[in-house]
Structures are given as C-alpha cells and as structure tokens.
Design a protein around this ligand. Structure first.
Ligand code: RIB
Ligand code: CA
Length: 316
C-alpha cells in the first residue's frame, strides 16, 4: 500500500523536487499539498506549488494556501538570509513553468490538514513539512487530536551540528522557531531531516548528467533548477554542488534505509540571543529527558539519486 503524505512546502527549488519525487514514486500517495511563507512570501510559494504540481501531473489533489506570516517573530524570507537569495525573486527562478491547471482549495492549509487527517484512519497520513512549521502548529491548535492520529511527522529542517541561516539555526526553523518548538514538543514522532543529512544529498555534475540524459522536457526543467539553485547556493554558501534538502524528507518516507536516523531528545531554542531557532539535539541523554524524536544522520547517496531519477522518468 502506498504511504499517504501531505506535503507542506515553500517552493523553493528543493521543495519542487520533493513534490516531483512524491508524485513520481509508486510507494507514495501524494494526498495534498499545502503552502506556507518561507523561501518567499505566501503568494509566491503558493503559485509555485501550483505550477510544480501542474508540471508533474499532480492536478487532481487539493492544494491549499496556509500561513502568510510566522506565529510570533517578524517574517524573514530566503532573500534576507545570510547574504542573498538562492531561489530568486519568484522563489523558483530558472526555467519557464506551466500556469496552474487547478484552483486553490478554499480552505486554509491548517483546515485541509485537519480535515484529511481526521477523516482518515489511524496512522493513515504522514505529514512532510519542507518549509517553516507555521501551518503544522496551526493545524495542531485547530484540532489537537491530529497529534495522535497522524502516523508521524518527517520534516526537512534543523541541524545538530551547524545551521545555515545563522551558525545555530537552519532556515525553516529560524523562520518560525515558536512553531517549530511546539511541533517538536508534541506527542507525535518527529523525524528531523536536518542539514547534517541533507548536505550529503548534493547534485554533482555526474548526477546532473544522469538527469540530463533522461532527455525529456521535465528532466531539462530539473537540470535548469539545479543550475540556478546550484549557482546561487555556491555564491551564498560556497558549496560547489547544491544540496537537495527537501527531497530527503520524502526519501525517508519512501524507504527508511535511504535516510538513516538516531533517537535523540530534540528541542528548539526560542529564547537565545545567539541560538534562537537552534534544534538542540541530545543523543547522549545529557538532560535525562526521553529520546522523543529521531534525527537523520546518514544518506545512501546512490539510492537517493536513483529515487529522484526514477521519479523524473515516471512523471515525464
Ligand atoms: O535550509 C534549507 C531549507 O530552507 C529548505 O527547505 C529550503 O527549501 C529552504 O526552505
Ligand atoms: Ca523548503
């Protein structure tokens, strides 16, 4: 049986590849897409989610827009992080994309998440957030029962070694630390697919050539995404090859052996001057608190990229 997921995204080039992977993998049923402000403002991330869904053929699922702003802190977008934007003014610069083939679901993202989860069976849905966690906490507050009903939350965000938006904080968490703190502290199991893992998922020249060799219009779009994202990533973070962060969370749901994890106590710092948004990760039990969540540690690079390439072929 395919695993049902709800993707909560802020496209974003790597969010776009996560949507493609979810749509193109036979072990995943992409039940809905919800958008959140993050890499760009909500209007742009929502429009981008619709365009990518159209591109990959996910035109028969509900897509709902969510939170325009974080819960408490002032809004930041990708463009204000570190020295500049890696996703461009549109949030998904690069190749031309189709106009949306679908209208938005009239519900708020939080309502859509609650409606689907509460109408489903126990453990029917896995939530896969790949942007700030504002929609997830709003859904929790709208209907606290979803915490028990959801199978698990597998999110791209955080880091247990070093951040990217600040030395302590990864962007998705820093964009709404109060939301993230509530999501990690809730009773459900959260798998943190953080930078420690996603920085292993780099699109090397060899990988780009494998994608280019597929030879379809969508494979060309993906190569152009990687070119744009990669060039900016190098200029902002001095990494020669772009890490495809968000797709790692989907890969974990598809095949847990592709993304290995370790149990840990994880909490989000919301008071620290220098550590605001840090995902404090205790693998050793230093706090004597229960290991409440999982932290992703090791990627099977070859298996990961095989999943991506197979998905591109599938949706092409
Ligand atoms: O720090 C990486 C995360 O921030 C990814 O989800 C990327 O899309 C941006 O949102
Ligand atoms: Ca993202």
């Amino acid at each position: 049986m395919p695993k049902k997921i709800i993707l909560d995204v802020d496209p974003g080039h790597d969010d776009a590849i996560a949507i493609l992977l979810a749509q193109g993998n036979p072990d995943i049923e992409l039940a809905a897409i919800t958008s959140v402000a993050g890499n760009q403002i909500l209007e742009k991330t929502t429009y981008n989610a619709q365009r990518v869904a159209t591109l990959v053929g996910a035109t028969d699922i509900p897509i709902a827009a969510g939170a325009k702003y974080p819960l408490m802190r002032e809004q930041i977008t990708d463009g204000e992080v570190v020295a500049g934007s890696v996703h461009g003014v549109s949030g998904l610069d690069g190749p031309e994309l189709p106009e949306p083939a679908m209208d938005l679901d009239p519900r708020h993202a939080a309502e859509l998440i609650v409606d689907l989860v509460m109408a489903g069976e126990q453990d029917e849905y896995t939530l896969v957030p790949t942007g700030p966690l504002t929609n997830i906490v709003l859904a929790m507050r709208l209907e606290p029962k979803i915490v028990d009903r959801v199978k698990e939350v597998v999110l791209m965000g955080g880091a247990y070694t070093q951040g990217n938006a600040t030395p302590a904080a990864e962007f998705n968490i820093l964009a709404d630390p109060e939301a993230a703190a509530a999501v990690f502290a809730a009773e459900w199991q959260v798998t943190m697919v953080g930078l420690d893992l996603t920085h292993q998922a780099v699109a090397t020249p060899e990988i780009k050539e494998r994608i280019r060799a597929i030879g379809t219009p969508i494979s060309r779009v993906v190569v152009e995404w990687l070119d744009f994202f990669g060039a900016n990533y190098d200029s902002v973070w001095k990494m020669p090859y772009p890490p495809i962060h968000d797709a790692c969370a989907v890969a974990r749901v598809i095949n847990p052996s592709v993304v290995q994890v370790k149990e840990a106590f994880i909490a989000v710092e919301t008071q620290g001057k220098w550590t605001y948004g840090e995902t404090v990760t205790d693998f050793l039990g230093s706090y004597g608190l229960p290991f409440n969540n999982l932290a992703a540690t090791t990627l099977d690079f070859d298996a990961f990229w095989d999943l991506i390439i197979d998905a591109i072929k599938q949706v092409s």
